[in-house]
Design a protein around this ligand. Structure first.
Ligand SMILES: Nc1ncnc2c1ncn2[C@@H]1O[C@H](COP(=O)(O)OP(=O)(O)OP(=O)(O)O)[C@@H](O)[C@H]1O
Length: 299
């Protein structure tokens, strides 16, 4: 595991904001750390980066205890937390050169990073004139200067438009697939990480409510058959009489839990034989967002 916490807890005064977290972040994963506002994500990230002192429990990064190996561990971790620390009056390249000098990183790495985050064409423009997406990418480039093995990003897509989100997503996917990094990324929106995450941890009220691979998360969400039919209420009653458990009925659709492909054909035939007009019928895509909301709301 690249990150492993055991019983990690943290209090601000008498408010417990992180409750006995057991995080497990596998090597080479993109781990989406999800939770609504105030769930405790930033506090957890600050603990992982040793910006806050652990009060209870333990943190291992690269299988080494964080407190005892602070410097060697953190030199291999790149982080972007809250706003990237960018000098607005300097160009993108100057921002990177400055940091490279400070960290004693060879200057040639600056151009490599500009290239990687697709900022080469804007390298000489003042960072203050960058779009939010460009600033985030510059922030990621700054975090990558030392070629860290692990990247920890706190809500890197916050405030970005859909294009900006896609740009950041593609960059992170590339970092994992081509550069062998592990990425830990927090977000309050599942949709933002769902297309890139391999693993997910869902936190609310400081507690980890779910942790596992994205496939395990999907398996929790039961697929449905969505039936678009002319008279949904009557059609639903017919289905119930025929022992199909109806999950939901709206003006347009009837939903039945999906069990097999054959069953879709049977339902279609049944409705048609009984004089209903079936406009469409099919297995509905898993809606992870609904699942995410139900996990965090039932907590
Ligand atoms: N410095 C602080 N002093 C006291 N309480 C704090 C402090 N920082 C955060 N908190 C509280 O801790 C809880 C968790 O906050 P945290 O910022 O970790 O949540 P989050 O999941 O990152 O939320 P967001 O998505 O809004 O950033 C909140 O109730 C917050 O008010």
């Amino acid at each position: 595991m690249v990150i492993r916490t055991e019983g990690l807890s943290f209090n601000f005064g008498n408010q417990q904001v992180v409750k006995s977290l057991n995080l497990q972040v596998p090597e080479g994963s993109i781990y989406g750390f999800l939770g609504p506002n105030g769930a405790g994500k930033t506090t957890t990230i600050k603990l992982l980066l040793n910006l806050l002192q652990t009060q209870h429990g333990s943190i291992h990064i690269f299988e080494q205890e964080l407190q005892k190996n602070r410097i060697s561990i953190l030199s291999q971790v790149g982080a972007l937390i809250e706003q990237p620390a960018i000098y607005q009056h300097l160009s993108g390249r100057e921002n990177l050169l400055n940091r490279a000098l400070l960290l004693q990183v060879p200057a040639k790495r600056v151009d490599e990073m500009l290239n990687l985050v697709h900022l080469s064409n804007a390298a000489n423009k003042k960072a203050g004139q960058y779009s939010l997406g460009m600033k985030q990418r510059l922030g990621i480039a700054l975090a990558l200067l030392t070629d860290p093995k692990l990247l920890i990003l706190d809500e890197p897509t916050n405030g970005l438009d859909p294009n900006g989100i896609i740009e950041v997503r593609e960059l992170l996917l590339k970092l994992v697939s081509e550069h062998g990094k592990t990425v830990f990324i927090s977000s309050h929106l599942l949709a933002e990480v769902e297309r890139m995450a391999t693993h997910v941890g869902i936190i609310d009220g400081g507690q980890l409510l779910f942790q596992g691979s994205i496939t395990e998360l999907e398996a929790l969400s039961q697929p449905l058959i969505r039936i678009e039919v002319d008279n949904t209420v009557d059609a639903a009653n017919l289905l119930k009489r025929k022992n199909y458990p109806v999950a939901d009925v709206t003006d347009e659709y009837v939903y039945v839990p999906y069990t097999s492909k054959i069953q879709i054909g049977d339902i279609n035939a049944l409705l048609i034989q009984n004089g209903y007009v079936v406009f469409s019928i099919g297995k509905q895509q898993k809606d992870l967002e609904k699942l995410f909301l139900s996990i965090t709301q039932n907590a």
